[in-house]
Design a protein around this ligand. Structure first.
Ligand code: AMP
Ligand code: TRP
Length: 333
């Protein structure tokens, strides 16, 4: 009997700010579900080196790294089924980024939209931010990922990763599989509650624009009840005319598993107040287990989990990286 080759899944998250409902529905819930697939080998990484491209205070950063690990564990990342570690603990990541940088044309980096978006928002335009996508490509290629589950906003980065894998393989021989992105069909783009034409984001200065996964039921209720909608009283799905209501329908559908049509039918004429209350209760029910697991996690256990993950990742990375070093003419000596 021939055994089917397992596919390696890799994804990463920056330890910057709180994890919100958009992260959860667009990405992390998918990460957790992938652990149940026997043909998948999942690898999840807290990309703290990427996090350093945002302005930050080292003391807060330390806390944010641990906090992100705790939230991911609370959401359901299981270190017995996933390789789970902190990027900075595996120096093969930045080493591979350097090597990939030598096959990355400036023109390719100049076309990446994130650098422009972030610098326009005031993030300092340093080399780390400019070469961010190369480090991301290194993350994905280091342990030879086949699939990368991410939200819609990361598509351009995955395209660039594919491009770099092909450039490298053409120049140095077939070393890297060319990875595919895995973007969820629904809730790939959860929108802001205060401006439903922009995506929910941790960089939005207004905390009412997003629901954090650790928000209390009261906070969730307040934020959803005050979510910006339109003045026509019917609940129906229409992204262009009714972005606020459509966003809430999508959120409720993602939290309950019910279809948007079904929800729109039930709440069509009951008024926005009744609908919003139902959305709030659905979100509260979805987030309740996360909050309770989070509150019971012990920091020392989390640190031990991360240390074990880093050790396993370094061992794996060392084997793979030797193949790269050999290919580019950096033999052991
Ligand atoms: P970030 O918050 O940019 O570190 O993103 C972490 C993950 O969450 C990435 O896979 C993003 O694509 C995803 N993500 C971020 N914001 C949203 C959103 N508003 N809707 C859906 N997915 C999102
Ligand atoms: N750029 C991703 C984000 O902001 C984070 C990231 C870094 C990542 N390296 C990665 C995501 C590798 C997937 C795979 O969300």
């Amino acid at each position: 009997m021939t055994e089917q080759k397992k596919r390696t899944v890799f994804s990463g998250v920056q330890p910057t700010g709180n994890i919100h409902l958009g992260n959860y529905l667009g990405a992390f819930r998918n990460w957790v579900a992938l652990q149940d697939d026997p043909n998948i080998e999942p690898i999840y990484c807290i990309v703290d080196l990427h996090g350093m491209t945002n302005p930050y205070d080292p003391k807060d950063f330390e806390a944010a790294r641990l906090e992100t690990a705790k939230v991911l564990l609370a959401i359901g990342i299981d270190p017995d089924r996933s390789l789970f570690y902190m990027q900075s603990q595996v120096p093969h990541h930045p080493e591979l980024a350097w090597i990939l940088g030598t096959v990355t044309p400036m023109g390719v980096l100049n076309r990446m939209t994130q650098f422009k978006d972030k610098t326009e928002r005031g993030v300092p335009a340093n080399l780390g931010l400019f070469s961010y996508p190369v480090l991301m490509a290194a993350d994905i290629l280091l342990l030879r990922a086949d699939l990368v589950p991410v939200g819609d906003d990361q598509r351009q980065h995955i395209e660039m990763t594919r491009d770099l894998a092909e450039r490298f393989n053409n120049r140095f021989g077939e070393v890297f599989p060319v990875p595919d992105s895995l973007v969820p069909e629904t809730s790939a783009r959860v929108m802001s509650l205060t401006d439903p034409t922009t995506k929910m984001s941790k960089s939005d200065p207004n905390p009412k624009s997003r629901i954090d996964v650790l928000d209390s039921p009261d906070e969730v209720r307040k934020k959803i009840m005050s979510a910006v909608t339109d003045s026509e009283p019917t609940v129906r799905f229409d992204r262009a005319q009714k972005p606020g209501i459509s966003n809430l329908l999508e959120i409720m559908s993602a939290c309950t598993g019910r279809s948007i049509d079904d929800l729109a039918m039930e709440y069509a004429d009951g008024g926005y107040g009744v609908f919003k209350e139902a959305v709030a209760e659905a979100v509260i029910a979805e987030l309740a287990p996360i909050r309770s697991i989070y509150q019971n996690l012990d920091d020392a256990d989390v640190a031990r989990i991360l240390q074990r993950g880093a050790l396993d990742a370094r061992t794996k990375a060392e084997g793979y990286q030797q193949e790269v070093r050999d290919a580019v003419g950096l033999h052991r000596q």
